[in-house]
Each structure stands twice: as structure tokens, then as C-alpha cells.
Design a protein around this ligand. Structure first.
Ligand code: ADP
Ligand code: MG
Length: 336
């Protein structure tokens, strides 16, 4: 985008704010916005970089009428959630923005949401790109925001997806289902609009979890990623931690308990961590939950591979009806 608007946006709205309260810039050899590339000071000896990119597209990942502040928060939060799932400490991020126009009031709010989170995690914006999108009409091209987040982790200690072991406990942080319920009912929701990346949990789980993943597309598909082709799991249907919006909807009679659990098992947009750990680590995990003031729930157990990757276990061996089972089989967000 060659218009003056782009440079004003970068100079007046981004540059100073990106530096505010960020220790990154006090390091020798660190350079942020303004040059052809950003520079990061050398990492402490024995650490490696973790790099991740996630994009939010209007109409696909967020409603056009979304609160811009929450969108700014979310585009960074979903990337920090990926770093959390690796057990990495945030270092810095870049932002690529495809905009229909430079709309300062809207962008002010977007940046406020984004920089508040950036400050909280000491993760500065160090560069990016800004382009104009146009369609056949003035409002037809969807806007999009893509963040690349950079983290650091001691070599060999990252929480990878491929480490799960037979007999591991399966755990999930926080609660599930509120994000999906908000999308279904098209209501605003804390969970959907203000996801909290579980960075502290990811760090605490280094050396304890055998594998971890963040739940962006739904518990079921993410669990299948962890299991791969060599393992199966039983999941404790009645233990799935339901979000507070879902619990209220159940009390109001808007949704049955099984429908709520179905959303918890398949709904996307959670940004909670799903992880495996040996049963011998249960006390340490309970201590982490206590230290962080974060609910951690044991929701299943890994087994040798059987015919089905997942077995849904209910209390008192109640059986789930066929309709529910077929929805479970289909459940989870697919990108294509
Ligand atoms: P170049 O022509 O080298 O791509 P640009 O004119 O696109 O440079 O950008 C100038 C500077 O502003 C660069 O340092 C770039 O990283 C930064 N920048 C551009 N857009 C953004 C953005 N959306 N967020 C953060 N930094 C940005
Ligand atoms: Mg550029």
C-alpha cells in the first residue's frame, strides 16, 4: 500500500506504542519497527526459538461487528496460546494487517487490546506489514490479521505433540464449550472474545507433561492429533469441565447436559491446553493448578491403539445415544 495512510499508521500509531514498557528494547543489539527487518539479541545459552503464525480472517474467524479491542487481544492471544502449548516464553511478535482502509478510531481500539496483552506478557511488536485489500465493492474484501510470535525454550524441553505415552493421564486447563456456544447463539462471550493464553501453565508443565497442544479446533480433533496413529484414549464424558455460560444455559433449560458436553468435546475457540502426563505426576499437577489458580481437570487416559481412536466413558456405564455418538464422530472445526 503506497498511500500516506500506511506510513502515518506505522509512525504515529505503532512505533512508540510498540516500545512502551517493553524490556526487549533495553537489550543490546535488539531493534524493532522501522528497518527492513527486526533484530533480536542472542538468546541465553542452551535455549532455542519457537516460532508460530496464526491468522484471523473477517467473516471466517470473527464477525465483522466484533469489538476491535477484543479482536486486537485475540489475534495476539491465539499466537501466545501456541507458544504456551510448546512451553515457550514469549519474546516478540510481528503483525501483518490487510485493511480496507486506515480507520484510526477502529485501529486505536484494536491496538489497545493488542498492546495491553503484549505488555502483560512482555512480548513487543517488532515489525510487520500493512497492505490494502479491495474487492468488487468498498466493503466486500475481508480484512485479515496475521501474527507471527517468537518464543524461547530450553533446548529439548519444548512440549511437543509427539510425546504422548500409553497409560498417560489426559488433562485439560480451564473449562470448555463456552466459545462454541457463543458462536452457535451468536452471543458475545468472554471465552470467545477474550481468550487467555495459558503461558504460565505451559512453562510449569515443562519436564512434567509428555505432550501438549492448545485447543483451537476442538478437544476431539486436538486429542486425535496427540494420539496419532499409534494410541487411543478413553475420555471421561462426565468429567469434561463445562464453561459457566454453558452451565447457566443448562439451568435455564436452553440446552441439555449432553448437548453441553457435546459442545465441550467438539467446540473450537477454546485456547485451553490439553496435555498428557504420567499418573505419577498427579500431585505435582494439582500443585500447579493451586499455584496458578487455574482449574486443571483429568479428563481421560491414553491406551494402546484399538479400533477407535476415542472411547467416550460415562459414569455408571450409561451409554450415549446414537445421535450423540454420530455428532461426536463428526464434531470439530475443519478449515476446508
Ligand atoms: P518494507 O518496505 O521493507 O516492507 P514497510 O514500509 O512495509 O517496509 O514497513 C516499514 C516498517 O514498519 C518495517 O520495520 C515494518 O516491519 C514495520 N511495519 C509495517 N507494518 C507493520 C505492522 N502492521 N505492524 C508492525 N510493524 C509494521
Ligand atoms: Mg512492507
Amino acid at each position: 500500500m503506497a498511500s500516506l495512510g500506511e506510513f502515518e499508521f506505522i509512525d504515529q500509531m505503532l512505533k512508540a506504542r510498540a516500545r512502551e514498557g517493553q524490556g526487549f528494547f533495553s537489550q543490546a543489539h535488539a531493534l524493532g519497527i522501522g528497518d527492513d527487518a527486526a533484530l533480536i539479541a542472542p538468546l541465553p545459552h542452551g535455549e532455542q526459538l519457537a516460532i508460530t503464525t496464526d491468522m484471523l480472517v473477517e467473516g471466517r474467524h470473527y464477525f465483522p461487528e466484533v469489538d476491535p479491542r477484543s479482536l486486537g487481544h485475540k489475534v495476539l492471544a491465539v499466537n501466545l496460546s501456541d507458544l504456551a502449548a510448546m512451553g515457550a516464553t514469549p519474546v516478540a511478535f510481528t503483525l501483518a494487517a490487510a485493511l480496507r482502509r486506515i480507520d484510526p478510531p477502529w485501529l486505536e481500539e484494536f491496538l489497545e487490546g493488542m498492546f495491553a496483552l503484549a505488555k502483560r506478557f512482555q512480548c513487543p511488536l517488532i515489525g510487520g506489514d500493512t497492505v490494502k485489500v479491495s474487492g468488487t465493492g468498498p466493503d466486500t474484501a475481508p480484512q485479515s490479521f496475521s501474527v507471527t510470535a517468537i518464543g524461547r525454550v530450553p533446548i529439548g524441553q519444548a512440549l511437543r505433540r509427539d510425546g504422548l505415552q500409553d497409560n498417560d493421564d489426559l488433562w485439560v486447563s480451564g473449562s470448555l464449550g463456552d466459545g462454541a456456544y457463543a458462536v452457535q447463539t451468536r452471543r458475545a462471550s468472554e471465552k470467545l472474545n477474550w481468550p487467555q493464553p495459558r503461558v504460565a501453565l505451559g512453562l510449569a508443565l515443562r519436564g512434567i507433561a509428555t505432550a501438549a497442544i492448545d485447543i483451537s479446533d476442538g478437544l476431539k480433533p486436538e486429542l486425535c492429533h496427540l494420539l496419532g496413529l499409534r494410541l487411543s484414549a478413553e475420555v471421561f464424558w462426565d468429567s469434561l469441565p463445562l464453561g459457566s455460560d454453558l452451565q447457566q444455559a443448562m439451568r435455564r433449560g436452553e440446552i441439555t447436559e449432553d448437548q453441553a458436553r457435546l459442545l465441550a468435546a467438539t467446540g473450537g475457540d477454546e485456547y485451553e491446553l490439553l496435555f498428557g502426563a504420567p499418573a505419577a505426576r498427579r500431585d505435582e499437577i494439582a500443585q500447579i493448578a493451586n499455584d496458578l489458580g487455574l482449574l486443571l481437570t483429568r479428563i481421560g487416559r491414553v491406551m494402546p491403539r484399538s479400533e477407535q481412536p476415542l472411547v467416550w466413558k460415562t459414569a455408571q456405564a450409561r451409554s450415549l445415544n446414537d445421535d450423540l455418538l454420530s455428532q461426536l464422530a463428526q464434531g470439530g472445526f475443519r478449515h476446508f
